[in-house]
Design a protein around this ligand. Structure first.
Ligand code: PBG
Length: 329
């Protein structure tokens, strides 16, 4: 006997598929990561991230305008810091006239309504390429949290809308929230990288910022003492719950595609906006496969982005943001 219900009826043609489609991608879904360098007239392609660039502040202006005109209204800023300015404590991160602080002002100057978020972590400023201060071969937690709070205040003074701590120190959300509140930045929000895994997918990003851990005695070779073990699922719930209790406005799962089970767990556990970071290695993989002609770039890109949203993401940080928006408009 044939079944009464024939599920294929709802797939007969494009019109009916459109009517019953559950997940729709729009420009409002995206947060655009931007890499910024010191200098003038610089737009340099990142070797392991084809068609993605580092911009000097003058050319950043044009890029921000382009994004805004495409309907992309939120950016996440990262800076590549000169080696000479790096040290163990990330002092340059607090420079009121540092590259990040000037980048925030530049974006707000050219496009006051653009939502500006900043990465808060020491690694781009650390002579050791770590997200925290090192003492006797270890990343020390509480002293690092103090610097992260000061860094957040410094970004707030420059005009940031949200800070995005990506360091995975314990208690940093509370430290940052208290710091911001005491300095009267009550409206500056926190997007916490809550479930951030120690992942090999960050490789191209570390090329982009020259921020990989250095190979030296007494410097940990990886970030496994602070970023999460990729074998763990329940721990992501604990991490996220803590960040919410400490005052996070938005939580994040990172990387994206290999961690969509975590995204759905968090969606089912908490009523809070969730961001997912589709990271540099995910971008690089598709670019490489497409370059070889082994995958169709645009189809796979849209399938991946839709999968991230279907899993439960409200916000997607992605290097594909511009490409996707051009494709769907
Ligand atoms: C810095 C930071 C990293 C990324 C975002 N913020 C690198 C890391 O933690 O080592 C990775 C982003 C990407 O790979 O696209 N703490």
């Amino acid at each position: 006997m044939f079944p009464i219900r024939r599920n294929r009826r709802l797939r007969t043609n494009a019109a009916i598929r459109g009517l019953v489609r559950e997940t729709i991608i729009t420009p409002n879904d995206f947060l655009v990561p931007l890499f910024i360098v010191e200098g003038k007239g610089i737009k340099e392609e990142i070797a392991s991230m084809p068609n993605y660039y580092r911009y000097s502040l003058d050319l950043l202006r044009d890029e921000v305008k382009t994004l805004w005109n495409l309907g992309l209204k939120s950016v996440l800023l990262f800076v590549k810091v000169d080696d000479a300015l790096k040290d163990n404590k990330g002092n340059e991160a607090l420079n009121p006239n540092g590259l990040m602080q000037r980048a925030i002002k530049t974006v707000k100057d050219i496009c006051p309504d653009m939502l500006v978020m900043t990465d808060v972590a020491l690694d781009p400023f650390s002579s050791y390429g770590h997200d925290g201060i090192i003492e006797n071969g270890k990343i020390i937690n509480d002293a690092t949290v103090e610097v992260l709070a000061e860094m957040s205040i410094s970004h707030a003074e420059a005009g940031v809308d949200f800070v995005a701590p990506s360091d995975m120190m314990d208690g940093r959300i509370l430290g940052i929230r208290e710091g911001l509140d005491q300095s009267n930045f009550l409206d500056v929000g926190i997007m916490s990288y809550s479930a951030k895994y120690a992942s090999a997918f960050y490789g191209p990003f570390r090329d982009a910022l020259d921020s990989a851990p250095v190979d030296m005695i007494n410097v940990p070779k990886d970030k496994k003492t602070y970023q999460m073990d990729f074998a763990n699922r329940d721990e992501a719930i604990r991490e996220t719950e803590m960040d919410i209790n400490e005052g996070a406005d938005i939580v994040m799962v990172k990387p994206g595609l290999s961690y969509l089970d975590i995204v759905r767990d968090i969606r089912n556990s908490f009523e809070i906006p969730i961001a997912v970071y589709q990271v540099s290695g995910e971008y690089a993989m598709l670019k490489a496969a497409a370059e070889k002609g082994w995958l169709d770039h645009d189809s796979v890109m849209l399938e991946q982005i839709t999968s991230i949203k279907r899993a439960g993401a409200d916000i997607i940080a992605s290097y594909f943001a511009k490409d996707v928006v051009k494709l769907i408009s």
